[in-house]
Design a protein around this ligand. Structure first.
Ligand code: ADP
Ligand code: TRP
Length: 337
């Protein structure tokens, strides 16, 4: 990643859980630190234009935006080093998007995951293909391409579901560069963190807010405890030696506890020395341990959001001039100025 421009966008999706923390938040922040230490640049933004496709309640949107901003700050994003901003503060992004539209084959949008998933759901339900589809959802990858291309991004770290969108951004940039026969836009690459494990939820399926099986990060201790103690277990007695890999509590523990504690739990289970109540308490401690410092910061920022607004304004003031340059380059080429 040396001297690379790395950009990550997050949708404001509400109160995060352990899966989000380990699968998205921590890796993004760590990668940011790494990139910066190697002399590169790190852009991190909240994709609120993307969010309005699905969420139409301003209060809910605003609350979710606040939560996600405070979560990233609480877990160590440094807004003085990373460029941390809100998508809707960068007026050049929709302008760039409009130019990209003219070079984006409609077929790219037809095959994009976010749209196709809704069409498939509609077909299953016997509804018309485009039921509930707005143009924001349909053209989602073009806006995302503008987000990426505006800053001459080299690398976009993503989860599997977003790989295709980065490829679309690259293809659109390629079409424009080929048309004008010059490198107007940098071709981005995606970076897929393969090693990031999927954290199981309290019912054994993937932890996800849509399954209602999450361990929340910043809830009260009693709520976290309730989630941890409702993790599925069987009725085998403590003394019976168990294979740790078959125990759900252990699988979640592996994702969050330090290595030596994980070994301790594994040994205790193998030797029949640890009961389910005990390992659930160990997991509860590990969750609190991993989140308590961040929770204090989170609460602080949520209660002093004016400070966060200043950080986002600082980010926008750094991001906009770059997007303006890209927009000018594009307009000069497109309009022959
Ligand atoms: P949810 O499944 O709760 O709706 P999102 O789809 O909003 O979560 O995911 C936000 C980010 O968190 C994505 O980058 C996703 O890969 C990551 N993530 C979500 N759930 C998990 C999980 N159980 N394990 C690892 N990463 C996860
Ligand atoms: N589509 C991404 C998601 O759902 C969020 C996003 C918007 C994004 N623009 C981006 C991610 C640009 C990376 C780069 O998670």
């Amino acid at each position: 990643m040396s001297s690379k421009i790395v950009l990550t966008g997050v949708k404001p999706t509400g109160t995060p859980h352990i899966g989000n923390l380990l699968g998205a938040i921590r890796p993004a922040i760590e990668l940011g630190h790494q990139v910066l230490s190697e002399g590169g640049e790190h852009f991190m933004f909240i994709a609120d234009y993307h969010a309005i496709n699905a969420e139409k309640n301003p209060q809910v949107l605003n609350q979710k935006l606040k939560e996600i901003a405070c979560v990233y700050l609480a877990f160590g994003l440094d807004p003085n080093k990373s460029v941390f901003y809100r998508q809707s503060d960068i007026a050049e992004i929709p302008e760039i998007t409009t130019i990209l539209y003219a070079y984006t084959p409609k077929g790219f949008m037809n095959k994009a995951h976010a749209y196709k998933a809704v069409v498939e759901k509609n077909q299953m339900a016997g509804k018309p293909d485009d039921d509930g589809v707005n143009m924001g959802l349909y053209t989602y990858p073009t806006l995302m391409a503008a987000d990426i291309l505006a800053y001459d991004t080299d690398v976009v770290p993503v989860g599997k579901d977003q790989v295709q969108h980065v490829e679309i951004a690259r293809d659109i940039a390629g079409i424009i560069n080929a048309h004008y026969n010059k490198p107007l836009l940098k071709l981005p690459e995606y970076f897929l963190a393969e090693h990031v494990a999927v954290v199981p939820g309290i019912d054994g399926r993937k932890m996800s807010k849509s399954y209602d099986n999450v361990i929340p990060i910043f809830a009260d201790k009693s709520e976290i405890k309730k989630a941890v103690f409702s993790i599925k277990t069987d009725s085998r007695p403590m003394e019976e030696p168990k294979n740790p890999d078959e125990i759900l509590v252990y699988q979640i523990y592996q994702a969050i506890a330090p290595q030596d504690k994980v070994l301790e739990m594994a040994e205790g289970l193998k030797q029949g020395k640890l009961g389910y109540g005990h390992i659930k308490n160990m997991l509860l401690d590990a969750v609190l341990e991993a989140t308590s410092e961040a929770k204090e910061k989170y609460d602080y920022y949520m209660n002093h959001f004016d400070e966060v607004e200043e950080m986002l304004a600082l980010g926008a003031s750094k991001a906009r001039p770059i997007a303006q340059k890209t927009l000018k380059r594009l307009k000069d080429a497109v309009f022959g100025r």
